[in-house]
Design a protein around this ligand. Structure first.
Ligand code: AMP
Length: 387
């Protein structure tokens, strides 16, 4: 069986690595000169600046992605974060534990789960408004960090499976070598199984048929299966169709900060409450090779993607890091064809297309979990169909 994969992002490479291990003849086409999409990095000023995602796997070793990587022999070590998280509110820091929330807030959460089962449909904003101010700000910060959205943009029921998975698997982990170590290892698996990764080869069109065709510049190739890692919108365009009611993407900005001394001092997430920036991590505490000194990755969800929002984010960073010797080495905004998420969290559109063996994976076609864990679950669904 021949599988053609459009795009060498995490979803495409993960699907390709599995299929090539199962004897599929895999060819990956990537329009850029590098593989990894938004899940790799470049060395800049002695720091591994990621192309998109944070150097982080939301549920660490035990989560869906960690498990899949182990299953296919992807040789990447994932260091689970300890502590998992901390808050920063009004200049004060506090570890994130179960005791961080008042008994009343926990009761309200359990009640909302129950009411939700009974059919109550509310947004997270409608729910969280009834919590103490600190819990409300935490919900905002968590959603901003994990999904780049705010609570009014997500329905409560969408968070339920994610909440359960966090209880099951726990918090984040950091891959040693960063996201690049993961995608490079997947690419090696594809190549060692005889598959090909073709860089600077843009797919111009896809034509479904008994054998599906992929059109490249001046060439066409035939496949039994096509897996697209570029989201439903671009996939439809490649198929010569329009996706009129495609949900919006989520936008955000990531600041990479080189800092002489550790600011966070551990491997967990520091959630920033009550600010436009949502949180930060300091991955050099897990892997010192990710930066010459220490490196903070700071994420801010963007509402409109305006310059003013970024100016505000920069102001907040300078205020939080006052007294430290640091340099903001990269400000990367994510929108359009290079967004935070191709489809806003909670609106993912599944992995199938109307053509039997043409699938979509990646962050526009996630399963019920966050970030790269959702991508792994989406790939798993496609594999269940195919294997
Ligand atoms: P990601 O954005 O991380 O999910 O990865 C998707 C990858 O697909 C990126 O590396 C894009 O450069 C690549 N890509 C997007 N459109 C095309 C296309 N038409 N042909 C080949 N690669 C593409």
């Amino acid at each position: 069986m021949k599988a053609g994969i459009v795009g060498a992002g995490l979803g495409g490479l993960l699907a390709g690595a599995y299929l090539s291990s199962e004897g599929f003849d895999v060819e990956v086409f990537e329009k850029l000169p590098f593989a990894g999409g938004r899940f790799t990095s470049f060395s800049y000023k002695g720091y591994e600046v990621s192309t998109g995602a944070l150097h982080m796997i939301p549920h660490g070793k035990r989560g869906p992605l960690g498990r899949m990587l182990r299953e296919i022999g992807c040789d990447v070590e994932i260091v689970d974060s300890k502590p998992e998280g901390e808050f920063l509110l009004n200049g004060e820091r506090e570890l994130l534990t179960k005791e961080s929330f008042t008994k009343l807030d926990v009761l309200k959460l359990n009640l909302e789960f129950l009411m939700n089962k009974l059919g109550r449909k509310r947004t997270l904003e409608e729910f969280a408004r009834g919590l103490s101010e600190r819990s409300y700000l935490y919900v905002r910060s968590f959603l901003g960090w994990s999904f780049s959205i705010s609570p009014e943009q997500m329905r409560f029921e969408k968070i339920v499976p994610i909440f359960r998975r966090t209880e099951l698997y726990g918090g984040p982990g950091i891959p040693i070598g960063g996201c690049k170590a993961v995608t490079e290892s997947l690419a090696e698996i594809i190549e060692s199984n005889g598959g090909g990764i073709h860089l600077r080869r843009e797919v111009k069109a896809i034509k479904p048929g008994e054998k599906h065709k992929i059109f490249l510049d001046g060439e066409e190739r035939k496949y039994d299966v096509i897996i697209s890692d570029v989201g439903h919108k671009i996939t439809s365009e490649l198929l010569g169709e329009k996706h009129a009611d495609h949900p919006p993407e989520s936008k955000g900005v990531k600041y990479t900060v080189a800092i002489d001394e550790p600011f966070i001092g551990h491997t967990g997430v520091l959630f920033v409450l009550g600010k436009s920036i949502a949180g930060m991590n300091e991955v050099t505490n897990a892997d010192e090779n990710l930066g010459r000194k220490h490196m903070l990755q700071i994420h801010q969800p963007l509402r409109n993607g305006t310059k003013e929002e970024i100016v505000q984010g920069l102001r907040e960073i300078r205020e939080i890091l006052r007294g430290y010797s640091f340099e903001i080495i990269a400000v990367q905004s994510y929108k359009g064809d290079w967004p935070v998420n191709r489809v806003m969290a909670g609106m993912d559109m599944g992995n199938r297309t109307k053509y039997g063996s043409i699938y979509v994976v990646g962050d526009g076609a996630k399963g019920d979990d966050i970030e790269v864990e959702g991508i792994a679950l989406g790939v798993r669904k496609v594999l269940e169909d195919l294997l």
